[in-house]
Structures are given as structure tokens and as C-alpha cells.
Ligand binder design. Structure first.
Ligand code: ADP
Ligand code: ADP
Length: 227
């Protein structure tokens, strides 16, 4: 089953008397086990697409299914629950909590979900080991490099075992060598599980080399084939 099935997405923003069409009939099907880059000029609709896939925004029309859930039918509470438990988010500026240690930052999604508290710490430590930070579990963000902070954020995004990770310019604040290492890690994470999808908006020129597929957004539409 496809992880993302978007059909004919339109997203309009009203700006006074003007209407801006951020998406203008975008269709896209993405299978799991892939690392997919979303590229295109500024203002093309990339962020809008990512926000709709992450249940942060809803389309004006069109249909969107993510991990088997029809997102257009969700209430605000259900959308919030969907984001917290079924999607991992990775940001340009990492969005770590500065007062918490690496493992506490990683464990946070599960602590907020307040279910398996006992499992949170061992799982967070395991994920930090997975991203190469087994020796940094008790460090705070200020004691970590940019690349290490992004690895913590990637570990955090995996905490709830989501099928889909959404990354918005994850290498935008890193030097090119560190950025290349982070792209490599995101590719590994996508390929770790047969049905996991990593979807990344990027301007990183190195992305095409490590991604399984590059999707181009132009004027609110997806260029080329969309399976
Ligand atoms: P990209 O991520 O490719 O740069 P965006 O999805 O951010 O593009 O934006 C697509 C278009 O929609 C742009 O013209 C942008 O100005 C407009 N837009 C995006 N978000 C809003 C908003 N909240 N209100 C009004 N216009 C918006
Ligand atoms: P709510 O307040 O409705 O419960 P949250 O703000 O807790 O929702 O967000 C749930 C998830 O969505 C979090 O993982 C968070 O990182 C992500 N998120 C929230 N707002 C944004 C945003 N503007 N852009 C990207 N991700 C966001």
C-alpha cells in the first residue's frame, strides 16, 4: 500500500481580495522504503505540500491519504493525534529543547503520549545508538555540534515508529560534509523498514545522489510522472 496518495490537491489562500493558489492540482503516489526529495523554485508549493501530508494543513479540494488514513476527514484533535503518533518531523533548525538531554529530547514524543513511560528511556538510548550518538545520551543540545543535533532530531522523529518522516530543509543549517552525512543517515533510515517513507523538501544539490526519487513542484503542480 502506498504511504502517500495525493490526488488533485488544490490549496488556496485568500489574501484580502486576492486568491493565491499554492497548490493547483498536485497528484502524487509514494511507496514506502524510499527516500524522496521534493525540489522546485521558491514559492512553488513545496512547503504547502509537506504541511498537507503532515496533517498541519488541509487542502481546499482534492484527496489525501497518508499511511492509510484519509486526512481530509480528521477533526483538529484527530489531526493533532495523527501528527504526534504517526508522523516524524525533522526541521532545519533542529527544534530541540535546550534544557533537556539528548535522550530526553528523543523520548519526548513518547513522554507526551504518556503511554509506555518505562520503555521511553531504553528506546531513546537505542535510537541514539542507531544514529551514532551512543556516547552522547546525557549531553544537552548546547554541548553538541549541528550535525549531532540533527541526528538527535532524527532519532526523535523515529520514537513513535512512524511510517512517514517529513524533513524540511534538514541540511540547510549544516556545512556540506555534515549535510552529506545527514542525507546518508536519512537514506539508511528510509531503507531500514520496507514501508517507511522519508519525504524531504530540500535545495541541497547533493540530494539527487542519495535519494531514490526526486519530485519537482512547479507552479503548484508535480512535474513529470506521478505513477
Ligand atoms: P515553497 O515551499 O515551494 O517555497 P510555499 O508552499 O511556501 O512554496 O508557497 C506557495 C505559494 O503559496 C507562495 O506563493 C506563497 O506565498 C503562498 N503561501 C504559502 N503559505 C501561505 C499563507 N499562509 N498565506 C498566504 N499565502 C501563502
Ligand atoms: P497540537 O498542539 O495540535 O497538539 P503540536 O503542535 O503538538 O499539535 O504538533 C504535533 C506535531 O506536529 C509535532 O511533532 C510538531 O513537531 C509538529 N508541528 C507542529 N507545528 C508545526 C509546524 N508549523 N511546522 C511543522 N511541524 C509542526
Amino acid at each position: 500500500m502506498a504511504v502517500v496518495e495525493a490526488s488533485n490537491l488544490v490549496r488556496e489562500y485568500r489574501m484580502g481580495t486576492e486568491t493565491v493558489r499554492a497548490l493547483d492540482g498536485a497528484s502524487l503516489t509514494l511507496e514506502g522504503g524510499q527516500f524522496v526529495a521534493v525540489v522546485g523554485p521558491s514559492g512553488a508549493g513545496k512547503s504547502t505540500l509537506l504541511h498537507i501530508v503532515g496533517a498541519l494543513d488541509t487542502p481546499t479540494s482534492g484527496s489525501i491519504r497518508v499511511d492509510g488514513t484519509d486526512l481530509s476527514g480528521l477533526t483538529d484533535d484527530e489531526a493533532s493525534q495523527f501528527r504526534r503518533t504517526r508522523v516524524g518531523f525533522i526541521f532545519q533548525f533542529f527544534n530541540l529543547v535546550p534544557t533537556l538531554t539528548a535522550w530526553e529530547n528523543v523520548a519526548l514524543p513518547m513522554l507526551l503520549d504518556s503511554k509506555s513511560l518505562r520503555k521511553a528511556r531504553p528506546r531513546a538510548v537505542e535510537l541514539l545508538e542507531r544514529v551514532g550518538l551512543g556516547d552522547r545520551v546525557a549531553h544537552r543540545p548546547a554541548e553538541l555540534s549541528g550535525g549531532q543535533m540533527q541526528r538527535v532530531a532524527i532519532a526523535r522523529s523515529l520514537m513513535m515508529e512512524p511510517k512517514i518522516l517529513l524533513a524540511d530543509e534538514p541540511t540547510g543549517n549544516l556545512d556540506s560534509k555534515t549535510g552529506a552525512d545527514v542525507l546518508e543517515l536519512l537514506a539508511e533510515v528510509a531503507h531500514d523498514e520496507p514501508d517507511r517513507l522519508v519525504l524531504m523538501v530540500t535545495h541541497d544539490g547533493g540530494a539527487a545522489q542519495v535519494c531514490d526519487r526526486v519530485v519537482t513542484v512547479r507552479d503548484g503542480r508535480i512535474d513529470g510522472r506521478h505513477d
